[in-house]
Design a protein around this ligand. Structure first.
Ligand SMILES: Cc1cc2nc3c(=O)[nH]c(=O)nc-3n(C[C@H](O)[C@H](O)[C@H](O)COP(=O)(O)OP(=O)(O)OC[C@H]3O[C@@H](n4cnc5c(N)ncnc54)[C@H](O)[C@@H]3O)c2cc1C
Ligand code: FES
Length: 516
């Protein structure tokens, strides 16, 4: 299997999704979907079922974006609590959103049944317990808000029926689900192909040219002529700058421990801390694994201490787990001010470009919502969720949050005038990277394990933020809008569509000598 580059690898990435060739000729279709993660493939599937012809373009191998890094809870208990959703969106829209996530789980279940996809889908209970410094009152408040959002069968328990740990008082939410995301995508991509869809991995989209037809231009020199374009690229694509200001990229971490069978539960668990911790069990060929996640932080704002170390400490202190980490990985989520994704017409091209972005940590169910909502918008059908997820929305109640979130992206541009992480290239150890000031320039310097120095411009090709070295992942991360790059400069995730500019040949020697 082609692993996720040099980053940490998730347990799901052990499954290969099968070989498909890259785009090698011009194509025509009703709709071109950019992005081959769960969003892109679900949207393609629903459009094909409604009689549209569809081409899917994916920059990398299929499904190796955030979908392969997920913890794969299918839940209508969203990262923002029920009462916050109500405050930020109003009671009516909070209820519509929660019901949409509940229906999204049912939609995924229906597709799995109809297409006979073997992906370990199971309906299970979810338990919310309170975190440090909180009390049962938090749970009582959440229960009332959950009921007002239409979740009438939630209940307060003194303790979850758990073999793995003592939750204490908790809320039980029936009818959550888990699945194996890569197995689901394997089956879904087969269903897309069987229904006449065309999928081209290793095909980077560089630009969309509006018109009749729309033209999707790829880095391979071939283009797709189509009526409608859907950007299911996780980070938004072909949007105005105001859209980036409404999104805040966060890194989020998962630590996995091997567990004895008698200490496992078929259930999901979360706490009410901010950022919160969650737990779920998964299986591989060797038995049961416990996934613990959390420790989120703004992308590019590298925390003191190790997020994995913090998760291990939490597992030890809260759950009594003393075994070593078996797997660990991180991924990216995009937060919006009101806790709901942007799904609908791209504000820049009102008519024929559609988008889904801003997963808010619930991107699997947001993907299923996007698949039916965008299908309806493209087919010009009414859909009661259009306003709730409209990318152009800016609720006044969430304006303060929005300004706070976006201010870090703005502050990150101040890196242009600060000193480097180190003064000379000699200070960079093998296997590490650092930003070095070089006159008016900032250089992203990485020293490989053989001691060779690789130099890149530290200027992010998206909108000229200055990238920062991420020690946990050995990547360059842009704090402005979350673009990430391999240590050798290649783009991992957008909004940037190309890599860091390499400083080559004589320039390298000149800079090394200048630093000596
Ligand atoms: C650690 C972690 C835990 C999570 N847990 C949960 C959870 O329990 N439940 C939940 O609902 N959600 C969860 N999420 C979120 C969820 O996994 C994601 O939101 C979801 O998988 C995103 O799917 P996607 O298809 O929108 O994006 P991706 O899977 O990232 O797919 C987008 C694709 O677009 C491609 N692309 C981008 N730009 C271009 C371009 N220019 N040309 C061509 N292709 C392009 C990318 O290569 C990528 O493959 C979690 C996320 C993380 C990181
Ligand atoms: S991601 Fe926008 S400037 Fe880097």
């Amino acid at each position: 299997v082609e692993k996720k580059r040099e980053e940490t690898v998730s347990i799901w990435q052990e499954l290969e999704l099968g070989f498909l060739p890259a785009l090698s000729s011009h194509q025509q279709s009703d709709v071109c979907v950019i992005g081959g993660g769960i969003s892109g493939l679900l949207i393609a599937y629903q459009l094909l079922k409604s009689g549209k012809s569809v081409v899917v373009l994916e920059r990398e191998s299929l499904g190796l974006g955030q979908t392969s890094l997920t913890s794969a809870h299918l839940s209508f208990v969203l990262d923002r609590s029920f009462h916050k959703l109500q405050r930020l969106n109003g009671k009516k829209n909070a209820r519509l959103a929660v019901e949409a996530h509940r229906d999204a789980i049912a939609e995924i279940e229906q597709i799995i049944r109809e297409e006979r996809i073997e992906c370990e889908f199971e309906r299970i209970n979810g338990f919310l317990f309170y975190g440090e410094g909180e009390s049962e009152k938090t749970l009582e408040k959440e229960l009332r808000a959950a009921q007002e959002c239409g979740i009438e069968n939630a209940e307060l328990l003194a303790q979850a029926p758990s073999r793995s740990f003592q939750t204490g008082p908790c809320l039980r939410f029936p009818n959550q689900a888990i699945f194996h995301p890569q197995k689901f995508l394997a089956g879904l991509s087969q269903a897309v192909i069987q229904r006449g869809g065309k999928i081209f991995p290793h095909t980077n989209v560089m630009q969309v040219e509006p018109g009749k037809p729309m033209r999707v231009l790829t880095g391979r020199g071939f283009q797709i002529a189509c009526q409608d374009v859907v950007a299911a690229t996780h980070a938004p694509f072909a949007v105005p700058s105001s859209m980036h200001a409404k999104l805040a990229p966060y890194r989020t971490y998962v630590a996995a421990f091997r567990m004895p069978e008698d200490k496992t539960d078929k259930a999901l668990f979360w706490d009410t801390s901010n950022p919160y911790h969650y737990l779920r069990f998964a299986r591989d060929s060797r038995g049961s694994i416990l996934l613990i996640g959390g420790e989120d932080h703004r992308t590019g704002q590298i925390p003191d201490g190790s997020p994995y170390g913090n998760l291990r400490n939490w597992a030890r202190d809260r759950l009594g787990i003393s075994q070593d980490l078996e797997h660990s990985w991180s991924g990216q989520i995009l937060e919006t001010p009101d806790g709901l994704a942007y799904i609908g017409r791209s504000p820049k091209f009102e008519d024929h470009i559609f988008m889904v972005s801003g997963d808010c940590g619930s991107g699997l169910t947001h993907a299923a919502i996007a698949s039916t909502l965008l299908r309806d918008l493209i087919l010009e059908r009414e859909n009661s969720l259009e306003e709730v997820f409209d990318p152009s929305r800016l609720h006044l109640t969430s304006l303060k949050n929005f300004l706070l979130e976006s201010s870090f992206g703005g502050a990150a541009y101040s890196d242009w005038v600060t000193a480097g992480d180190v003064e000379t290239y000699d200070e960079i150890r093998k296997g590490e990277g650092a930003v070095v000031r070089d006159g008016a320039n900032k250089i992203a310097a990485y020293r490989d394990n053989h001691g060779h120095l690789h130099l890149y411009s530290a200027v992010c090709p998206h909108w000229k933020g200055i990238v920062r070295w991420n020690t946990a992942e050995k990547t360059w991360d842009c704090p402005c809008h979350g673009s990430r790059f391999e240590k050798t400069g290649k783009v991992i995730c957008g909004p940037a569509v190309c890599g860091l500019k390499e400083i080559v040949g004589g320039e390298v020697e000149e800079r090394k000598q200048a630093s000596a």
